[in-house]
Design a binder for this molecule. Structure first.
Ligand SMILES: NC(=O)c1ccc[n+]([C@@H]2O[C@H](COP(=O)([O-])OP(=O)(O)OC[C@H]3O[C@@H](n4cnc5c(N)ncnc54)[C@H](O)[C@@H]3O)[C@@H](O)[C@H]2O)c1
Ligand SMILES: [Fe+2]
Length: 377
């Protein structure tokens, strides 16, 4: 096996971690974020840590950023020439900031820009990954861009910033973390480093997501979940993801469903599929079940119990099992089937799934995720 390199940005974590921004006083700082972060005062909180800094804010990020946002953000900062870009927000703002930094660097090739990522959801792990998920709304596609230049230099994990995340976004993004960790654990590129991080992330999500669901302002539980999100990001950055994400990018791009929610819905279906088609993945799922406190005598029992456990988590969190139950408009679904299959098979995340699905297998999984009434269309 060829040697591999495992590296991560500097990570500052814990309550008041944003005080790490004090070293930016006197610098030229660009902030990439969304309108909510400005209205809710979170950008003000950052600026208060560096009162002497010269700050310019680009707050036009919307969920699932597209190329237009990257160009608009780069144009916004061109004359300002920031020394630092701070990405503040959920995965959408973080991915937009990564793309804006790279686009800006193309116009300013001799100008170094430091990238600091401050997540405000516990979900994407984008603060430590080489991934940026960029949408192409015209073609209904979401593309995972993967490049070393997209890895932030610094990640700041401050749990105070996630206290305001609404309950449904909390559980959707929390299930995204669980999906990252499980897909990394069974990926064809899993290794000792990614396994260690994935296993810890699974344990933390299993323990603390239900606590946060009960009490959204539980700061210790929020802290653990925020750290888990980052660990799962490190795990999949090293190991890759799988078919859940391949399908989620395709379905999310065409039907506009929140990323974490569609992952949560697909996760039990893909686990069942992988375990049947790639029996070597069974050991990973068995380990996952054990970490989540599931007692089972055999690998097969552990698999069944893990799938039931994820279904039960989804039910408890108000995440339905099918697109039909979610109330998605499926009028034109028949026309979308082939493009969805093609997008899933072409997605970079599908490539590290424990087995490579055929078009017919993806088609069957689509039928399952759509739900009963659509099966025979
Ligand atoms: N780059 C990666 O490695 C990676 C990995 C997984 C997902 N993603 C991408 O990230 C995006 C999803 O990110 P997300 O799930 O974090 O959602 P998001 O960034 O789209 O945010 C969802 C909503 O939550 C709001 N929000 C964010 N933080 C908040 C807070 N603290 N308080 C109140 N509201 C808040 C946002 O304003 C937005 O309306 C998708 O585009 C997905 O494809 C990227
Ligand atoms: Fe994800």
């Amino acid at each position: 096996m060829a040697s591999a390199l495992f590296s991560v940005p500097k990570i500052c974590f814990g309550p008041q971690a944003i005080s790490a921004l004090q070293r930016l006083n006197h610098k030229k700082v660009g902030i990439v974020t969304d309108a909510f972060m400005v209205q809710s005062g979170k950008t003000r909180d950052l600026i208060n840590e560096m009162p002497q800094a010269t700050v310019s804010i680009f707050s036009d990020v919307k969920p699932d950023p597209n190329v237009d946002v990257l160009c608009a953000g780069a144009a916004h900062f061109l004359a300002f020439r920031p020394e630092v870009i701070i990405a503040l927000g959920g995965g959408s703002a973080l991915d937009a900031a990564k793309g804006i930094k790279v686009t800006l660097t193309e116009s300013l090739p001799d100008h170094a820009i430091e990238l600091i990522a401050i997540p405000t959801t516990s979900g994407s792990g984008s603060e430590v990954t080489a991934y940026a998920i960029i949408s192409d709304p015209q073609n209904g596609r979401k593309y995972p861009l993967i490049a070393d230049a997209l890895v932030p230099d610094y990640a700041i994990l401050d749990p105070n910033l996630v206290l305001s995340v609404p309950r449904q976004v909390t559980v959707d993004t929390g299930m995204d973390v669980l999906t990252h960790a499980i897909e990394a654990l069974v990926s064809i590129n899993a290794n000792d480093f990614s396994d260690a991080l994935a296993e810890k992330a699974i344990a933390l999500v299993g323990q603390y997501l239900p606590v946060v669901f009960q009490d959204e302002r539980h700061i210790q539980a929020r802290s653990h979940l925020h750290n888990a999100s980052c660990m799962a990001g490190m795990a999949f950055n090293a190991a890759g993801l799988g078919l859940v994400h391949g399908m989620a990018h395709a379905i999310g791009g065409m039907l506009h469903i929140p990323h974490g929610k569609i992952n949560a819905m697909l996760l039990p279906l893909v686990i069942a599929f992988n375990a049947q088609r790639a029996p070597h993945a069974l050991a990973g799922y068995q380990r996952c079940a054990a970490i989540m406190g599931i007692n089972a005598a055999t690998a097969e029992q552990a698999l069944g119990a893990l799938i039931n456990h994820i279904h039960a988590m989804n039910r408890r969190f108000g995440i339905p099992a099918t697109l039909q139950a979610l109330g998605t408009d499926l009028t034109d679904f028949a026309a979308l089937r082939q493009p969805l299959i093609a997008a899933t098979l072409a997605d970079g995340c599908t490539a590290s799934n424990p087995c490579q699905p055929t078009a017919a297998e993806v088609d069957r999984l689509l039928t399952l995720i759509v739900g009963q009434a659509q099966r025979h269309r």
